[in-house]
Design a protein around this ligand. Structure first.
Ligand SMILES: [Zn+2]
Length: 186
């Protein structure tokens, strides 16, 4: 079966030693019904096993563990992430921006998952100038600097309005920062 990012994150949380429903829910940032559904799928696929134990005050507690099969699956996935990360470092060093972009287009959440699983971390991504590979950040099309909410942004129509040369490959979904916009020529 094909696991999606949330399935893998739930299994990753369990692998990190978080075994309670509430702990996983907060660790992965999911709604209650979403997590119930995922746990159900993982349980049916024999990737996790759950048991209930009685807490200190007699309350029932659900304890979730990875099965051997589940643990194997996560280890396999981690191995893929580590290989991919090494490949991406090589591409970054070689300046192969287009190939890096291609990897992220095919798998938008891959670098987020690398951070989640500790294959890499945010300081390393910053140092290598690779933070733009994280999904959910809006970045300048040219320099890949993060465009924060109150920063000036320039779109394709701004570029056209001033008759500047449009950066190659820039689309209506992209924006430029003020610095890059000011460096454009006619
Ligand atoms: Zn820029």
């Amino acid at each position: 079966m094909e696991l999606d990012t949330n399935d893998l994150k739930v299994m990753g949380a369990v692998k990190k030693g978080i075994t309670t429903f509430g702990g996983i829910k907060n660790g992965v940032n999911l709604k209650k019904d979403e997590l119930v559904k995922i746990l159900d799928i993982l349980d049916n696929s024999e990737l996790i096993r759950s048991s209930s134990s009685t807490g200190l005050f007699g309350q029932k507690k659900l304890i979730i563990e990875l099965t051997g099969k589940g643990d194997e699956k996560i280890e396999e996935y981690l191995e893929i992430l580590r290989d991919k990360w090494r490949e991406m470092i090589d591409l970054a060093i070689a300046g192969e921006r287009a190939q890096l972009d291609q990897i992220i287009t095919e798998n938008p959440y891959m670098v987020n998952m690398m951070v989640f699983f500790g294959v890499t971390d945010l300081p390393t991504l910053s140092r290598l100038n690779l933070r733009f590979l994280l999904e959910g950040k809006h970045l300048c099309y040219k320099c890949k600097k993060e465009l924060k909410r109150f920063m000036q942004k320039f779109s394709v129509s701004d570029v056209r309005k001033f008759n500047f040369k449009l950066p190659r490959g820039m689309t209506t979904r992209d924006d430029l920062c003020a610095d890059c916009f000011n460096k454009l020529t006619r």
